[in-house]
Design a protein around this ligand. Structure first.
Ligand code: G6P
Length: 488
């Protein structure tokens, strides 16, 4: 059996548990991507190729949630070199403004190539003749070209969920050319923002001999064979907005939100941060600004409280371990100075929570703080907005997120500007109800309309409606102009 639509992502949309006797069981891990793609996959005979999240899990493909799930096994060394190493200690910091210095190791690159080939082969084995394969994210940038080499009949899409860096930064990568050529195996390369697509096209122009017109790259065919066109464009990702809206209307979720506020001692103003514990998220900057507001008496405990959910992430990577130390030291210091018996200044939670609890937290909060130093999109900002069904609550949002291009109703901040951030937080805390409503209405219109289903429909229709790859007979190559967005 082969499949008309194959999604290839580093992670499968299910979590594996390995029992003591070596047997495996699976549970659903309902990320945004899977909820978007599930209906499309079910309608289209879909397969999902991905890693189970634990080393050495080598099991046969199986059916789950109306799609074929195809696990790709990674050894412990490969998890270290391909996932923790090249993906998360080379590419991740490189794509996020080198906030943490990227490490370049040839052994990691070798593992990245080898594992990308394994994903490409797995996808090639699942895809139907003339089918569509959609490759996801920075861990798999070589897959499009590897796949095209094995299966030239396929239509291949790639979506980059994180920022694509400016040429000056990307050029640091010793294997920059191979990565660009890997991506150019796709017919359509999607980015979060117009600026990311523009960065990519500039990189192509400077690092290859290929010609470009607008956002279209012309790849000549080998030995007289017809060439191909590769298009780059922005497709800002979103969330399952209706799901968060519905959660926020549930009686049990609303009761839980009231309970959270009560348990925190009913502060007049509850501030909230929700992030993976990642150095790109600006958690330290945010906490510093909040600490200074307390210091200066512009906020007081127990009048104000900050809940910071920092979910564990990539815990074997040193930069993440170091960040955890720094954040915990800072939280401890501020709580020591400003906390009281029964009322902390910061409630720091190093956990992950199910969507119901997240919705209750969003509902309970007065001010949501999203202060990333660099972020492809930031879905937390959109989840908060989708949850604010009563049109109260204020979003403070970093200019350096993809979401800032879309969420004009937020209070925008530069997280490096601590004084500016303090003023913005104070403004948010004191914002009157009519202004909150006006801003939230605008935000909600956008988030409820542009949900993740529209995102995937838009990408896939762009990919599939495109006439066949050959250059001959093509219409206007300027078709793929990126969505316009507010430049930073
Ligand atoms: C970002 C990336 C995803 C990744 C997620 C969680 O959102 O764009 O590709 O899956 O972080 O990171 P992890 O390393 O746990 O998969």
């Amino acid at each position: 059996m082969t499949y008309a639509l194959v999604v290839v992502a580093n992670r499968l949309p299910v979590d594996v548990t390995v029992e003591e006797d070596g047997s495996t069981s699976w549970s659903r891990s309902p990320g945004g991507l899977v909820s978007a793609l599930e209906p499309v996959m079910q309608a289209a005979d879909g397969a999902w190729v991905g890693w189970a999240g634990k080393p050495d899990v080598d099991v046969e493909p199986f059916d789950g949630d109306g799609m074929r799930l195809v696990p790709v096994a990674l050894s412990e060394d490969e998890v270290r070199d391909y996932y923790e190493g090249f993906s998360n200690d080379t590419l991740w910091p490189l794509c996020h403004d080198v906030i943490s210095p990227p490490e370049f190791h040839r052994r990691w690159w070798d593992a990245y190539r080898k594992v990308n080939r394994r994903f490409a082969e797995a996808a090639a084995a699942q895809a139907a003749e003339g089918g569509t394969v959609w490759v996801q994210d920075y861990q798999l940038q070589l897959v499009p070209a590897m796949l095209r080499e094995i299966r030239p009949d396929l239509r291949i899409g790639y979506f980059h969920h994180i920022p694509f860096p400016p040429l000056e930064i990307f050029a640091q990568l010793p294997w920059r050319r191979q990565v660009v050529e890997g991506l150019l195996g796709a017919d359509l390369i999607g980015f979060q923002r117009a600026g990311d697509a523009a960065n990519f096209v500039r990189v192509v122009r400077r690092l290859t001999d290929l010609t470009t017109k607008g956002q279209v790259v012309h790849c000549p065919g080998a030995e007289g064979a017809p060439g191909r066109e590769v298009r780059a464009a922005a497709f800002p990702i979103s969330i399952d907005s209706a799901r968060f809206d519905a959660l926020a209307r549930r009686d049990d979720v609303r009761a839980r939100a009231r309970e959270i506020r009560r348990d925190l001692g009913d502060p007049r103003v509850l501030l909230l941060g929700v992030d993976r514990l990642d150095y790109t998220k600006g958690i330290r900057h945010r906490i510093k600004a909040y600490g200074e507001l307390l210091e200066e008496g512009r906020l007081d405990v127990p009048d104000a409280a900050l809940v910071q959910v920092a979910s564990p992430s990539r815990e074997n990577v040193e930069a993440y371990q170091q960040l955890r130390e720094e954040v915990e030291l800072l939280v401890g210091r501020i709580n020591g100075e400003h906390g009281q018996i029964g009322s902390a200044a910061i409630y720091y939670l190093h956990h992950s929570y199910p969507p119901e609890e997240m919705a209750a937290l969003y509902l309970a909060a007065d001010v949501m703080l999203v202060t990333s130093l660099r972020d492809g999109m930031n879905l937390v900002a959109k989840e908060f907005v989708a949850t604010c069904t009563d049109e109260r609550g204020v979003l403070v949002l970093s200019e350096f997120t993809g979401a800032a291009d879309e969420l004009g109703g937020a209070i925008m901040v530069n997280p490096h500007d601590i004084d500016g951030m303090k003023d913005a937080i104070e403004r948010a805390v004191h914002m009157d109800a009519p202004e909150q409503r006006r801003r939230m209405r605008k935000l909600r219109r956008r988030v409820l309309h542009d949900d993740v289903a529209r995102w995937s429909e838009r990408f896939l229709s762009f990919l599939m409606d495109d006439p066949p790859h050959a250059l001959a007979g093509r219409g206007d190559p300027g078709l793929s102009e990126p969505m316009t967005g507010r430049a930073l």
